[in-house]
Design a protein around this ligand. Structure first.
Ligand code: NAD
Length: 358
């Protein structure tokens, strides 16, 4: 059956990098139908909203959304709900995307881009599973008030509520254990159970769900220790699962281990495995329209889409292997270029990946 993909390229370098991902997928003659929609600043310019109804409808009807990037400084002064970046939050909410998968892969050819010693990161391949819809970011009550107690009664204070329900933790736990089953069968759950009640419930629930996955070794780690281990010995980690707040911070830390933001893909999935796939970087307005952006994160996002939403794991591997091959061949866009390598444009990098596929 032909599956439908919503192509939302967005702003800045979005179009240039999306063109390369489409080039790669079309070269594979996959049973996919592509339909494009406007999102972000370009959608605001055309429809007065960063996530117009027609785009939302397209996303809901599709099996997966391949997303470029949004963000345009021209719209930074708009009311918050009309800014380009709000489109991502709107899509997450409308599609019920509760899990974020963020791989951090350090290709051996690019270890010099990392701020860590090459031996610590060469060959790094870890996956962070972050819960996306709960935690202190969304917990009520929240607000500003005169402090009713504490050290400074009567003073202005801000407050938020960290909360997770058991079913919320259960569903992310299942995703994490199943992901670990497909990898090294080692799962690290990150919390702060020595201090937080929410974390204790998280930990108890993880332990209970672990019984359903006896082949997976579950290890618990406090978030402060996890932050340390990520820079001390990241290769000892394989799959990490954590809540929204800790995941937000640790996923950026893990991403930076690789040093090359133009290489990192990410996915957000719902219970039906419908997903939104996007590079981890933004719209890079400083280099937009120059055909110099690195399209590999977008191409690797397409590979993730084939694996996690479209049940095409072999095709995903084919793309990932093609990317590894172009790196081995020495092709580099400006952001990852180093002495002795061949500097290529965004479109030339796309062509090189297509050639490597064959
Ligand atoms: P950015 O990721 O767009 O750019 C940071 C730096 O990395 C820039 O120097 C840029 O040129 C470079 N860079 C990023 N992607 C690259 C690529 N593929 N190839 C080569 N170089 C690349 O972050 P920013 O500058 O902080 O934000 C720019 C805009 O993007 C803002 O409007 C921001 O809100 C938005 N943004 C969007 C997303 C998203 O769409 N998911 C994420 C982050 C930022």
């Amino acid at each position: 059956m032909v599956k439908k993909i919503a192509i939302l390229a967005g702003d800045g370098i979005g179009n240039e990098i999306m063109e390369q991902a489409l080039k790669v997928m079309r070269a594979m003659s996959l049973p996919l139908e592509y339909e494009s929609g406007l999102v972000g600043g370009v959608a605001y310019a055309a429809h007065g909203h960063p996530l117009p109804e027609c785009t939302l409808k397209l996303a809901k009807e599709s099996d997966a959304v391949l997303f470029g990037a949004v963000g345009d400084y021209r719209y930074d002064t708009l009311e918050r709900h009309l800014r380009p970046e709000q489109a991502i939050l709107g899509l997450r909410k409308a599609l019920g995307l509760f899990v974020n998968l963020r791989p951090a892969i350090c290709f051996p050819e690019l270890t010099s881009a990392s701020s860590l010693k090459p031996e610590l990161v060469a060959g790094l391949d870890l996956l962070l599973v972050r819960e996306l819809t709960g935690d202190v970011y969304f917990g009520q009550p929240r607000g500003r008030r005169k402090s009713p107690d504490g050290f400074f009664p009567g003073a202005e204070e801000g407050f938020d509520t960290m909360r997770y329900s058991e079913p919320e933790v259960e569903r992310i736990a299942h995703v994490a254990f199943q992901t670990a089953m497909g990898r090294k069968k080692h799962l690290v759950s990150v919390d702060k159970a020595n201090v937080l009640e929410t974390s204790q419930l998280w930990r108890d629930t993880m332990n209970r769900i672990a019984k359903e996955y006896p082949e997976v070794t579950l290890e618990h780690m406090y978030v402060d220790n996890a932050a340390m281990q990520l820079v001390r010995a990241p290769k000892k980690l394989d799959v990490i699962v954590t809540g929204n707040l800790f995941g937000d911070i640790l996923s950026d830390e893990a991403a930076m281990l690789t040093g090359s933001i133009g290489m990192l893909a990410s996915a957000a999935l719902n219970e039906k495995k419908q997903g939104l796939y996007e590079p981890s970087h933004g719209s890079a307005p400083d280099i937009a329209g120059k055909n110099i952006a690195n399209p590999l994160a977008q191409i690797l996002s397409a590979a993730m889409m084939l694996r996690y939403s479209l049940d095409m794991p072999d095709e995903a591997v084919a793309i990932e292997e093609a990317v590894k091959q172009v790196l081995r061949q020495g092709y580099r866009t400006g952001d990852i270029w180093s002495e002795g390598c061949t500097k290529v444009s965004c479109s030339e990098m796309g062509d090189a990946v297509v050639k490597a596929l064959r």
